[in-house]
Write a protein that binds this ligand. Structure first.
Ligand SMILES: Cc1ncc(COP(=O)(O)O)c(C=O)c1O
Length: 373
């Protein structure tokens, strides 16, 4: 077989990611400058309304980023000093930092074969101080929320979802972000629904949590300006909300395009024995995945990574190559065998809408070439 010319396929091309929206965004910026509508204006309210409607929840509250959103949701849920909160160690450190910053103890949990929180590990780590579990809807896949909900009910734990990577993904038809007391979403630029900077939202059906998060994000102030509690400055900018609202109109199409790329990866690589692929979009009727990331497991991971770099293909190991408990400076000091094994094998291949099928064929071809099959 002829060796194809080397292509350049970055892992994520920030400059190109929003190219399709450039003209529309410039119009939005101009309109917002002319209206002088920067903080907590109607564009934010519209986006929040649309997000709540999409998820089928009562409240969506735009915040500065998902990390702040998680912290404010935990605070609004009454979690604090002396409490333990379980979270999967295969996540961004932000999940655990949100817990630590409210004075509670983040307790890392192992992952299952799907790379998501392992319910059996959750059960093992519950103590009398455990108040909540934070499933992370990682890589655009929703965890087995039936089992998590059963454990939480039995042990009287709150469920706060980290849905930063999960918007649009479903488990048994139900959308990520709608399973627990509250959830946080991220609109970081590389997210499927991303803005031009930081952004996030808290979503909930609970009026008391919604009220508290609204206060917390705006210095503790209510609509009359009365300060009800110590708060923060963590509002989703009106401008970002307007640009998110514009993109959100295409969300179903965007998800379907990502699912098609995942189909192509699967068709090209399913028979390579050294590679374990994420489940395909059509493999499991209980899950609807949106492929925020395409995280494979692969033998000789570091060697193949170098080989792909030589072939012009950018890849990434999530979180800089370590799960949260493996950052020794955080002092978490536990051993989680599944997660540690995964972090010797996991690798993210490019997954974004600047890719075409030909790029996926090229990446898959390079992987097959490396393994000689
Ligand atoms: C799983 C997970 N949790 C939390 C965050 C934090 O989100 P943000 O950057 O909006 O604070 C991220 C962002 O990358 C994430 O992927």
């Amino acid at each position: 077989m002829a060796v194809p010319a080397v292509r350049s396929i970055p892992f994520f091309n920030y400059a190109e990611a929003f190219a399709a929206y450039e003209d529309a965004f410039v119009d939005i910026v101009r309109d917002i400058i002319r209206r002088g509508a920067f903080i907590q204006q109607r564009d934010l309210a519209e986006f929040e309304g649309h997000l709540a409607e999409y998820l089928g929840v009562r409240f969506a509250i735009g915040v500065g980023n998902a990390t702040d959103g998680l912290g404010m949701a935990l605070r609004a849920a009454g979690i604090g000093v002396g409490d333990e909160v379980l979270f999967p160690s295969h996540t961004m450190v932000a999940t655990a930092a949100a817990v630590a910053h409210i004075g509670a103890t983040p307790v890392p949990v192992d992952c299952g074969p799907d790379h998501l929180i392992d319910p059996a590990s959750v059960e093992r780590l519950i103590t009398p101080r455990t108040r909540a579990v934070m499933p992370v809807q990682l890589n655009g896949r929703t965890a087995d929320m039936d089992t998590i909900a059963t454990i939480a009910r039995r042990q009287k734990l709150l469920v706060i979802e980290d849905a930063a990577q999960g918007l649009g993904s479903r488990f048994k038809g139900r959308l990520a972000g709608t399973f627990g007391l509250a959830a946080a979403l991220s609109f970081y630029p590389a997210k499927i629904l991303g803005c031009l900077g930081d952004g996030g939202a808290v979503v909930t059906n609970d009026p008391d949590v919604a009220r508290k998060v609204r206060l917390l994000r705006d210095h503790g102030r209510d609509e009359s300006g009365e300060v009800r509690c110590w708060g923060f400055n963590s509002r989703l900018d009106n401008l970002q909300a307007a640009m998110l609202e514009h993109q959100f109109r295409d969300y179903a199409t965007v998800i379907e395009r990502r699912r098609n790329l995942a189909r192509t990866y699967r068709a090209d690589l399913y028979d390579v024995p050294q590679v374990v692929l994420p489940p395909g979009p059509d493999d499991d009727p209980e899950h609807f995945d949106v492929y925020q990331n395409y995280e494979i497991e692969v033998e000789r991971r570091d060697e193949i990574r170098r080989f792909l770099t030589e072939r012009g293909v950018g890849t990434l190991i999530q979180w800089g190559g370590k799960a949260v408990h493996q950052f020794t400076g955080l002092g978490l000091n536990v051993s989680l065998p599944n997660t540690e094994r995964l972090f010797e094998r996991c690798l993210m291949l490019p997954m974004n809408l600047t890719l075409g099928d030909a790029d996926v064929h090229y990446i898959a071809g390079a992987i097959r070439e490396f393994f000689g099959c």
